[in-house]
Ligand binder design. Structure first.
Ligand SMILES: Cc1cc2nc3c(=O)[nH]c(=O)nc-3n(C[C@H](O)[C@H](O)[C@H](O)COP(=O)(O)OP(=O)(O)OC[C@H]3O[C@@H](n4cnc5c(N)ncnc54)[C@H](O)[C@@H]3O)c2cc1C
Length: 216
């Protein structure tokens, strides 16, 4: 999986601070930003926008990702590109088992053979041949989200209860966000970073953060 930052609002932390400061006529944008975030005035974070390129994720993860509605997506088309030789993501639980792994590879080969025959010999449109593809088929996309939605996304998808693939992607995105806008993402992460774990079945490994300590 590759997660690359393509664009980000320049000086995003400063901009969010300026947005917070104008509301209260504050002469201290950093303090105004911190106060706004803590008090739930999160719209100041919508002024910071990130665009990522994400490659080598499965269509399983694509389906989970695109449930997040406050974002813009462009995904490689399976109607117009040849998917016959697309790479496939293999979960570790499968690759760890030599027998299951071999069966998986055979399945992949069978779907590729079907696709090639359907498209190149039978003349079936790619958009129809793809129905035989596996959910593990790799894809790539461009994603734009603002910092408010990113924080919400991280709260759900960096959680240890999220599936491993989307969690790996979210963790990589969070690392980048923290580097680019440390103030806006200081307390970002799974729900347990800021509150008690909201999960019905907690993972038992609650993450902690400096922000919690400061608040206590
Ligand atoms: C642990 C877990 C298990 C899940 N299991 C399933 C499952 O079994 N089946 C399934 O279909 N999905 C499942 N999902 C996906 C889930 O239902 C959401 O679609 C997904 O997490 C997107 O989150 P969201 O709706 O909060 O946020 P986003 O779409 O990212 O929107 C952000 C926020 O904006 C607000 N918002 C956005 N759109 C609306 C709207 N139309 N009306 C009101 N408020 C809105 C909400 O406050 C929302 O939280 C699961 C997600 C998680 C994290």
């Amino acid at each position: 999986m590759n997660v690359t930052l393509l664009r980000v609002t320049p000086f995003g932390d400063d901009l969010a601070g300026e947005a917070a400061a104008i509301c209260t006529r504050s002469d201290n944008p950093d303090r105004a930003r911190g106060h706004a975030i803590m008090s739930g005035h999160q719209s100041i974070l919508e002024h910071i926008v990130f665009t990522f390129k994400i490659e080598e994720i499965s269509r399983v993860t694509l389906a989970q990702l695109t449930r997040h509605r406050l974002a813009s997506y462009e995904v490689e088309s399976q109607r117009y590109t040849d998917n016959g030789q697309c790479s496939v993501i293999v979960p570790k639980s499968i690759s760890d088992d030599p027998v299951l792994y071999q069966e998986y590879l055979q399945l992949v080969q069978r779907t590729r053979d079907f696709y090639d025959k359907a498209v190149n010999i039978m003349g079936i449109p790619k958009e129809d041949a793809r129905y035989a593809s596996l959910q593990g088929t790799a894809t790539r996309l461009i994603l734009t989200m603002n910092a408010r939605e990113l924080r919400h996304f991280f709260s759900l998808r960096c959680c240890n209860r999220a599936q491993w693939e989307i969690r790996e992607m979210a963790d990589k995105m969070l690392d980048i966000c923290k580097q680019e806008c440390p103030a806006a993402f200081e307390d970002a992460g799974p729900g347990c970073v800021r509150h008690q774990c909201p999960e019905f079945r907690p993972c038992g490994h609650e993450r902690t953060h400096d922000w919690d300590v400061a608040e206590a």
